[in-house]
Design a binder for this molecule. Sequence first.
Ligand SMILES: *Cc1c(COP(=O)(O)O)cnc(C)c1O
Length: 409
Amino acid sequence: MGLIPFSPPRIDDEIIAEVNAALRSGWITTGPRTKQFERELSVFNGNPSTLCLNSATAGLETMLRWFGVKEGDEVILPAYTYSATANVVMHCGAKPVLVDVNATDFNLNVDAVRKAITPATKVIMPVDFGGLPCDYSSLAELVRSTEIKSLFKSSHTEQAKLGRILILSDAAHSLGATYLGKRTGIHADATVFSFHAVKNLTTAEGGAIALNLPEPFDNEEVYRYLCILTLHGQNKDALAKMQKGNWRYDIITPGYKCNMTDLMAAIGLVELRRYAQDTLPRRKEICLRYAEGFKGQGWAQLPVLSDEHRESSYHLFPLRIQGISEEQRDRIIQRIFDADVSVNVHFIPLPMLSYYRNAGYDISTYPVAYDNFSREISLPVFYDLTAEDIHRVIETVKDAVKAEIGTAQ
Ligand SMILES: *Cc1c(COP(=O)(O)O)cnc(C)c1O
């Protein structure tokens, strides 16, 4: 019995053949495969226009920069997320305003968001934790309400054009999840996906911005501007410059450099074409087997995977153990690893990380985030996990919990 890994990527002959084809095509950076991947993502998600980049982090920062977020501005996000969500706000010189999350589904609490809004608020960044969409209807209603709109102060062209707080979804986990029967990508003004190696759909590193800006924005026009902004501010990409005689270029803004390459897109195209019919059903099956395996264990608090409004993309299976301390959770994890099963914790709340703690964020202000964290263990979910592996994970976790808390519960 070897080690069960946490979430290795699914790299098979089909992926290798497509990357080979890209290598042999003579075009390896941003080009036809990236553009094709963008078009297929737009079709998959149902939004008007999609830009692929080298990470979700770059996508989130690009949207903040596009919206003119700067020093003195505030961006509301959950205390319970990966650091990328807050770091990009820091990069822009703005202040991440952290809010607590729900005890039920780990997602940001909309009442806490409402209370955190000030005249300095420019953006709200909901995070679809584990792949389960946030309450986008309530968020949309909130930012469009007369009271909240009257607080909004615009200091940038795009801010004036929108006339309200921007909803920028961190959907790093939730590609393919549904909210009100429709996939993520159309429930926020812009939705950012991650294709990092551990995510549901990978391009090794990578990310995408699904644009879905309301009237009077022209999403295609914003897309074209973002292409320039993420490629040095250069008005022509490498492919356009390759055309015969088309050498002259201009720099219209001191842009960034975070474009996706065709090698990454080659992986993404294969991944996307099998995503809905193959990857997602497999992940769902694994999560449902876990849920079945822990049913009836008094200590097991199972994650919400779906309800009447939404269904997860099954990125994580965030199990919580009832009534344990952080130290007990850590010992349980050690026992699980000792039995050669890899697990993880999503996430260490931002206020517990050195930088954010030193910046003055205090975990005692986020009791639900701490409680979720202190009792959470994410179980392995990946395509090639076998039925025997799933069984072994369930038995290992049960044994580890029982060794820690006894069989009383
Ligand atoms: C992975 C992740 C990111 C960052 O994605 P990258 O593509 O690695 O930049 C952002 N937010 C959350 C919640 C994540 O899990």
